[in-house]
Design a binder for this molecule. Structure first.
Ligand SMILES: [Ca+2]
Length: 330
């Protein structure tokens, strides 16, 4: 099984960033996506995440060809009142530009996303590349239901966490890890497969040049048009911030670069040569703290011996990223 293909399962909370990442994976001929499992995150409805994935698949001509599963509908131990990132992704997760002909939920598989993950890994032991683009709830639940789950994953590439305490949802936490820190800790502390972490600071460092991105969205294809529609609201917000740049510090401006965190993780999953610099360290997650719940904590000086080692990506090849983004809208 495999035929030289990269066998991939995507777990996501789509999400505009996830849309870009999924489109990248779909455009790579050697990538075979076996399923997409959905979790809450960018929006608090897992069902809506599934509908968004179906819409992305339809735009790319893949509707009905890749199973879409509804996963967890609640975080493991939510300590915050319901929150999501609708300010960034819109109320529906795709920029509030609904398609009246979008596929309905009859296209969603009946099998739960967590069971789908477990079954797929059992069916393809040591062969699956798992790409996690949202909170890690589904992965943690799969590991708790099946103790062999992580052992049989070929590799896990995730978007989440931070290396220098730089937050995007709180003062010190990145969104995916903050949403479900218990799940993130289960994955980082317990998973027995190679884990690649693509965190928030990497995303800031890899922000796409604004002029390039605007031109990119003007490409005359159906897929580019789709991306343009779903990012319209965010672009408006971005341009507003850009115009008020003179009142901002350079550091803050960098925060408003065109970040594509999920695309970065997807690129790393597809082409390991895209990693230019990395650190191999134990990383875990703070579960308490007055300010720091959900912050990734990196053991830079081996204070915690015999812990799981993750690969923390710290620099990527922007040329490969932009080439993959371009290919994804052809
Ligand atoms: Ca995401």
């Amino acid at each position: 099984m495999g035929d030289g293909k990269l066998l991939m399962v995507i777990d996501c909370d789509a999400g505009i960033d996830d849309a870009q990442a999924i489109m990248i994976a779909l455009s790579q001929p050697h990538v075979k996506i076996l399923a997409i499992t959905c979790v809450l995150g960018n929006i608090s409805s897992t069902n809506q995440v599934c509908l968004n994935v179906l819409r992305i698949l339809k735009v790319c001509g893949k509707l009905g060809k890749i199973p879409v599963h509804r996963g967890a509908e609640k975080y493991i131990l939510p300590r915050h009142s319901a929150f999501d990132s609708t300010g960034v992704h819109g109320d529906d997760g795709l920029g509030d530009t609904p398609d009246p002909n979008a596929p309905d939920d009859s296209h969603i598989e009946s099998k739960h996303g967590v069971n789908a993950l477990i079954d797929l890994v059992r069916q393809h032991p040591g062969q699956l590349t798992l790409v996690a683009l949202g909170p890690l709830t589904n992965l943690a639940l799969a590991a708790r239901l099946d103790s062999e789950f992580s052992k049989n994953i070929k590799e896990l590439i995730l978007m989440g966490g931070n290396t220098a305490g730089r937050g995007n949802i709180t003062i010190s936490a990145e969104f995916n890890f903050y949403a479900d820190p218990e799940a993130a800790q289960i994955v980082l502390n317990d998973f027995d497969c190679p884990v690649y972490i693509n965190g928030w600071e990497l995303s800031i460092k890899s922000a796409i040049e604004w002029t390039w991105y605007k031109q990119y969205l003007e490409t005359k294809t159906r897929k580019a048009e789709f991306l343009k529609i779903i990012t319209r609201k965010r672009i408006h917000d971005y341009e507003f911030k850009l115009e008020s740049f003179i009142f901002q510090s350079k550091d803050l401006f960098l925060n408003y670069g065109w970040n594509v965190p999920d695309a970065v993780a997807m690129m790393v999953a597809i082409d390991r040569r895209a990693i230019l610099e990395m650190e191999q360290r134990h990383a875990t997650v703070e579960l308490n703290g007055t300010y720091s719940r959900g912050q990734m904590v990196v053991d830079w000086a081996d204070h915690l011996p015999n812990r799981k080692i993750s690969t923390i990506v710290t620099k990527i090849d922007m040329g490969i990223l932009m080439a993959m983004m371009s290919k994804s809208i052809e």
